[in-house]
Design a protein around this ligand. Structure first.
Ligand code: FES
Length: 228
């Protein structure tokens, strides 16, 4: 028998649900378990999800104390007691659904897209790059904006002005791209509440479901600023 505890982010109420292990198999994910609970026992359970395959980044939640994607977490890998809560460091909308507006506001603030090169011969011509140029930013490009790193970050928890790992990571991703011409993106992070707030706890990199290392990209931004 598994005991599942589900915390409502708005009311802080915790519901305990007992699940017979015969209802599960080796591949049952937390997302599937929650959908089953909602269908059969708790119709008021509120959660966010879409792709069910770790692509859309919408099913982030705290599972047994750690930010994880519900669709990527297997029930069998957890103990007999499973605690499920909404992501931390974000306001709650309802149930397990956090309000991601603060996260995306910070993400947008670093201009998270390529700024075109005015000197390019034709606006429709392809921007070609060498393999070396691609390697400089490729691993930082896999972020799916799930907010797990933001939820895990102890600096975000204590300093609301800190942009957070995902925003700084995407800033580095574009700054390291040979096609980009935005010089301000990195300079805007050169403040005590910006990139220098990071104390290299590394929690962001530990919880990233896509293997991105935001802790590294933050240090690379610091390094670029020092070189300037
Ligand atoms: S449902 Fe899309 S990442 Fe989990």
């Amino acid at each position: 028998m598994k005991q599942v505890f589900i915390k409502d982010g708005k009311t802080s109420e915790v519901k305990k649900i007992e699940v017979n292990e015969e209802e599960l198999d080796n591949y049952t994910t937390i997302l599937e378990l929650l959908l089953k609970i909602r269908e059969e026992r708790e119709p008021s359970l509120v959660l966010r999800y879409s792709c069910r395959m770790a692509l859309c980044g919408s099913c982030g939640m705290i599972i047994n104390g750690r930010p994880r994607l519900a669709c990527l977490t297997k029930v069998k890998d957890l103990g007999d007691k499973i605690m499920i809560e909404p992501l931390r460091n974000l306001p709650s909308i309802r149930g397990l659904v956090p309000d991601l507006k603060p996260f995306f506001a910070k993400y947008r603030s670093v201009t998270p897209f390529l700024v075109a090169d005015d000197e390019q011969e034709s606006p429709t011509a392809p921007y070609s790059q060498t393999d070396e140029q691609v390697k400089r930013y490729l691993q930082f490009n896999y972020c799916i904006q799930c907010g797990l790193c933001y939820s895990a970050c102890p600096i975000v928890a204590t300093n609301p002005k800190f942009p957070g790992p995902a925003a700084i990571n995407v800033a580095y991703r574009y700054a390291a791209d040979s096609r980009d011409r935005n010089k301000q993106r990195i300079l805007k992070l050169d403040t005590p509440d910006g990139v220098w707030s990071c104390r290299i706890a590394g929690s962001c990199s530990m919880v990233c479901p896509k293997g991105v290392d935001p802790s590294l990209s933050i240090q690379l931004v610091k390094s670029s600023l020092l070189k300037r």
